[in-house]
Design a protein around this ligand. Structure first.
Ligand code: PEP
Ligand code: MN
Length: 284
């Protein structure tokens, strides 16, 4: 693109993501029998990491039975320490897909490296997650722009909404229109939570972009006791979906057990969401 006055970038830094580019109409992104941005709230649940075939199958059955629509599970984990569990990689994607197929749930898993695209395609991962740490990994974003697979695109913990939308623009500009934004908390001075859930980002994005917006209360809170409250707030404020970490044995979890919601609490939350969603014209 040349840098003259007529370039779209001059009008908006994110011309393809901007709300105006679709005449104010919100986008719907279909995955399996479900849709991000439609009347029904998409609830993605599962463990932080796939740990074994039995673990992911057990959790898939539990959350499916409670009304979750999609299954999450990391196989390539972005850990702060190189000594922490890094994920089961390709084998983990296989266990995740098997659990999803068995339970009629599309699967979501994080991709950290452009060189892993073939492994994700081989295992037919339904939604590729870009984590907070890779929001501005432009090499990865350019590769994902060549695909048609939906991209669950998390906000960087230190990024503004504008930086986030500019980064999403890389995927759209590459030719992949299927981007779902995910607010997962930002770094602030507050220490009571792992990050600060920027709840206002949801309505801000609804004005700024046509892309669907979901919320991850798990990584924002970092503690299970307040996750249900944040999840309800997210739906009330207009989020199109939720992604949450649920584990049946959080004390044994190999990653993020501290913030895992127990199945019984997830079930109570799902019941509550069945009341909250209709108040804002949605269903769960
Ligand atoms: C995750 O979803 O497990 C994860 C690492 O999330 P985030 O990129 O938001 O930290
Ligand atoms: Mn996690």
């Amino acid at each position: 693109m040349s840098a003259n006055d007529e370039t779209p970038a001059k009008k908006s830094p994110y011309p393809l993501a901007s709300r105006g580019s679709k005449e104010g109409r919100p986008s719907e992104i279909a995955v399996g029998g479900f849709s991000f941005g439609g009347p029904r709230i998409v609830v993605i649940a599962g463990p932080c990491a796939v740990e074994s075939p039995e673990q992911i199958m057990t959790i898939a059955k539990i959350v499916k039975g409670m009304g979750a629509t999609m299954l999450r599970g990391g196989a390539f984990k972005p850990r702060s320490s190189p000594y922490s569990f890094q994920g089961l990689e390709g084998a983990g994607l296989g266990y995740l897909k098997a659990a999803g197929t068995e339970n009629g749930m599309p699967v979501v898993s994080e991709i950290m490296d452009a060189r892993h695209v073939p492994i994700f395609l081989e295992h037919d991962v339904d939604v590729l997650q870009v984590g907070a740490r890779n929001m501005q990994n432009f090499t990865l974003l350019k590769e994902l722009g060549k695909l048609k697979k939906p991209i669950l695109f998390k906000r960087g913990a230190g990024s503004t909404v504008e930086e986030w939308l500019c980064a999403a623009e890389y995927i759209l500009y590459g030719g992949n229109p299927n981007v779902i934004l995910c607010e997962r908390g930002i770094n602030t001075f507050e220490t009571a939570t792992r990050a600060t859930l920027d709840i206002s980002a949801v309505p801000v994005l609804k004005h700024a972009t046509h892309l669907p917006v979901i919320v991850d209360p798990s990584h924002a809170a970092g503690r299970p006791d307040i996750i249900p409250a944040l999840a309800k707030a997210a739906v009330a404020v207009g989020a199109d979906g939720l992604i949450m970490e649920v584990h049946h044995r959080p004390n044994d979890a190999m990653c993020d057990g501290k913030q895992a919601v127990l199945p019984e609490d997830f079930s109570i939350l799902m019941d509550a969401l069945r009341n909250v969603a209709p108040a804002v014209g949605r269903s769960v």
